[in-house]
Design a protein around this ligand. Sequence first.
Ligand SMILES: *[C@@H]1O[C@H](CO)[C@@H](O)[C@H](O)[C@H]1NC(C)=O
Ligand SMILES: *[C@@H]1O[C@H](CO)[C@@H](O)[C@H](O)[C@H]1NC(C)=O
Ligand SMILES: *[C@@H]1O[C@H](CO)[C@@H](O)[C@H](O)[C@H]1NC(C)=O
Ligand SMILES: *[C@@H]1O[C@H](CO)[C@@H](O)[C@H](O)[C@H]1NC(C)=O
Ligand SMILES: *[C@@H]1O[C@H](CO)[C@@H](O)[C@H](O)[C@H]1NC(C)=O
Ligand SMILES: *[C@@H]1O[C@H](CO)[C@@H](O)[C@H](O)[C@H]1NC(C)=O
Ligand SMILES: *[C@@H]1O[C@H](CO)[C@@H](O)[C@H](O)[C@H]1NC(C)=O
Ligand SMILES: *[C@@H]1O[C@H](CO)[C@@H](O)[C@H](O)[C@H]1NC(C)=O
Ligand SMILES: *[C@@H]1O[C@H](CO)[C@@H](O)[C@H](O)[C@H]1NC(C)=O
Ligand SMILES: *[C@@H]1O[C@H](CO)[C@@H](O)[C@H](O)[C@H]1NC(C)=O
Length: 875
Amino acid sequence: MTMEIFLSLLLVLGVIHLVQAQSQRGFISLDCGLPANEPSSYTEPNTGLEFTSDAGFIQSGEIGKSKTIPRIGYGYPLKPYTTLRFFPEGTRNCYNLPVDKGRKYLIKAWFRYGNYDGRDIKPRFDLYLGPNLWATVDMQDEDSTSEEILHVPTSDSLQICLVKNGTTTPFISSLELRPLGNNSSIAQDDSLKLIRRIYFTESENYIRYPDDAYDRLWSPLSSSSLTHISTTRDVSNSGSYNVPKAVRQNAARPTNASEPLTIEWTRESPNDQFYMYEHFAEIQDLQASEIREFVVSFNGISISDPVTPAKIEMTTLGSRIPVNFEGEICSLQLTRTRRSTLPPLLNAYEIYRVIQFMQPETDETDAVALKSIQDTYKLIRINWQGDPCVPQHLMWDGLNCSDPIISTSPRVTSLNLSSIGLTGTISAAIQNFTKLETLDLSNNNLTGGVPDFLGNMKSLLVINLSRNNLSGSIPRALQREGLKLLVEGNPRLCLSDSCKKLHKKKLIVLIVASVASAAIVIAVLILLSVLKKGKPAILRGLHLLPRTSTMNVTFAEKNSRRFTYSEVIKMTNNFQRVLGKGGFGMVYHGSVNGAEQVAVKVLSQSSTQGYKEFKAEVDLLLRVHHTNLVSLVGYCYEGDHLALIYEFLPNGDLKQHLSGKGGRSIINWSTRLQIALEAASGLEYLHIGCTPPMVHRDVKTANILLDANFKAKLADFGLSRSFQGGGESQDTAVAGTIGYLDPEYNHSGRLGEKSDVYSFGIVLLEMITNQPVINQTSGYPHITQWVGFELNRGDIVEIMDPNLHKDYDFNSAWRALELAMVCANPSSSKRPTMSQVIHEIKECIVCAKSGMSKNQGLEPQEITSADTSMVPTAR
Ligand SMILES: *[C@@H]1O[C@H](CO)[C@@H](O)[C@H](O)[C@H]1NC(C)=O
Ligand SMILES: *[C@@H]1O[C@H](CO)[C@@H](O)[C@H](O)[C@H]1NC(C)=O
Ligand SMILES: *[C@@H]1O[C@H](CO)[C@@H](O)[C@H](O)[C@H]1NC(C)=O
Ligand SMILES: *[C@@H]1O[C@H](CO)[C@@H](O)[C@H](O)[C@H]1NC(C)=O
Ligand SMILES: *[C@@H]1O[C@H](CO)[C@@H](O)[C@H](O)[C@H]1NC(C)=O
Ligand SMILES: *[C@@H]1O[C@H](CO)[C@@H](O)[C@H](O)[C@H]1NC(C)=O
Ligand SMILES: *[C@@H]1O[C@H](CO)[C@@H](O)[C@H](O)[C@H]1NC(C)=O
Ligand SMILES: *[C@@H]1O[C@H](CO)[C@@H](O)[C@H](O)[C@H]1NC(C)=O
Ligand SMILES: *[C@@H]1O[C@H](CO)[C@@H](O)[C@H](O)[C@H]1NC(C)=O
Ligand SMILES: *[C@@H]1O[C@H](CO)[C@@H](O)[C@H](O)[C@H]1NC(C)=O
């Protein structure tokens, strides 16, 4: 340390103020390890201090009791230092003490080992104040010790932590907090660890409360090189430092009057800085000629002007700024001046070392919020003690914090409370983490709604709420760009704040899309009609639309596909193998020329159709070609015998595959979507691809057949009727199946394309849910009612076919469900067209593919802003 710095040091006289403390107001005196069920507080008779059990201030640790008789030393025989709390679990265990933020406290921790564990292993561990190391407690050489610090808490709660460093078990006997006066001018900004507080006396009395109002502990010191003096007079305390009376009345001076009074101590680290306080009063009666004057020097360098103790009045000389020096031994000396006739005199002194608390504590709002969460969920985690973010190696489990930078409080950036059995609702405290980026509450038992405030937390990038028991709807604000939200596995959670609203939005999208595609269709149709006459070949090559055949193909020209009844008997091997029963008759398996497999539908005799109608139908069927329509191979018309011969589809119908009947395999989700797309394409072709357009009138799962590659083909459309408006369109024979039949048919008596859309919606619902279309035993007999009910409960898992074993992408499932419900809208005007349906199914497929590849279909659902449309319709 250089001269200049020493010169800049100021020692100030008697300006230190400590507010007189008359009572134990604000004192916290914890007898650690005092069982809370014994009288949990008592008055210690020697001091009158009220000690209480520490049980209310710490969650961890076990109770022990010192077994040995203590060595002589102040306080140690006392009851508060007999029981103790030790911490075999966890690295850091902390007391949480209520304090006044910004107020200076004297904090004292007592440790008396007393071989409480019978192992005689002297512990060594660290003591932290919040995030900062206060002291290393090392009991190697002593059975008891204490640590004291002057500290100004930066928040309303003070954490005092015992931190394992090595293998020994931390413990503590007593913890004592004493608020000091507001104006205490002992180094206002620094935390000061007590090195020594000595008063000179030949007695062995330690002084503390109530003699010292702040319960500072003054240790007695006598030395053969010192001459001790005392007085019975009442030494005044004008310096406001409030030195206890017994300290004021005792002093010492060097026995060899020419020697200085020297105080020495050892520096532990080269960076150590110290504050020193010297208390003195002239308690000797001096003759008029006698002068006592001395200077204070530090390691040989004078650091004060000459001072003369005031008569019977306490003076305190104290450092204003911390002092540093070179060398290992620190030496404070009081040296008489030349004119002094008497040696220097000193009543008492204090030495403090500055503790640089470099680590800023975790942002107080974050820390409070964490505490609140801890309380709300009654979280007991051994590691959730002390400062949440710092020091970094002791950061709480489940947290991630911004890097602590000097003087910038760390902030919580990630909170992971996954899989720790949380119950109740999502804590409102979470909104106070204003820098939170990742929130993982997955795999708990959280109930209640998804709170709106999550949507207002702009910092959030990932929220994982999956696998809880949340209900209600997801706030709109959560469906924002850049926010990844996972909510899978909350059966009662509805995915939108207003399904209907979003549904409308969705419909608008659908309608816009449909207008656009209709415009294209019209344009193409116009083009076609222009091109049609002369250049059918070009048309066939165009493939812009499903192929339409020319109008002038006639029944007669198709004679080649006409079979005799005996041929029919032959091809079906005399109707040996029944494939099924259709609306108009039995279907048999057959083969043409022993090779091509066919399905032969033999129309019942009771069919009301006459030849004219039958001829019309066959004409129609023969000119309809679409990859997703079962194609007609031929027909038979011979007297009463009417039969239609179709291509054979070896994989049966969709209904069988959903039910698993007839040994049919259950088809997976993506195949279902593909089948839905193909069936929809077949329908679209009937509606807009054929001339004249057709209505299927009997769309149902039993009419969706699957070829060897599970490609879907619509069957039985041939028995529908062409509709062109006018007299031809009367529906004399309604083919529809109950449950699939457009409810509007009841009053309109007409079936249009939108009737097919309705039926297709029911088919989709079946494919999604595998529920019966009509279930009279249920409270919701129709499948749309049942799904509507389940949707209101927000329960997609309950809705989905259990045979899928949750092996589907949730996004696409929701979309498909929504689509199905739109299609099955009781009002035909609200149903989409098949083109819109196809567009939407394609989206579902894209969704499922990306979802499956990302999640293998099992992972939590992800909602991003781009997916706001995937919200189900409630009804
Ligand atoms: C443990 O103690 C050693 C020796 O005093 C010290 O160097 C080290 O920093 C301590 N570790 C922690 C985590 O405090
Ligand atoms: C300390 O100051 C605060 C306000 O800064 C005041 O509320 C409190 O009462 C004061 N305490 C004492 C002991 O003077
Ligand atoms: C504390 O300081 C304030 C101003 O800083 C002063 O008004 C007040 O009197 C002081 N209190 C004591 C007890 O010194
Ligand atoms: C007192 O101290 C002085 C200075 O150190 C020394 O010269 C002297 O011998 C000492 N007197 C006695 C009696 O020890
Ligand atoms: C915490 O954040 C850092 C930096 O962002 C990152 O490297 C680390 O993986 C995160 N740790 C956890 C447990 O999330
Ligand atoms: C949360 O912790 C669990 C393990 O408890 C882990 O599987 C998961 O990945 C963590 N979440 C985040 C977002 O890091
Ligand atoms: C959130 O912070 C505000 C202001 O800091 C505070 O008033 C409120 O009590 C905090 N809420 C919770 C639940 O911690
Ligand atoms: C939810 O609570 C039930 C019953 O208390 C329990 O069996 C289940 O394990 C809990 N689930 C989670 C994820 O904690
Ligand atoms: C929750 O989701 C996040 C983001 O996808 C993920 O990192 C985390 O692992 C998930 N948590 C669990 C327990 O799966
Ligand atoms: C989910 O919450 C509801 C209502 O609070 C309760 O009836 C149900 O048992 C809970 N489910 C689980 C799996 O805990």
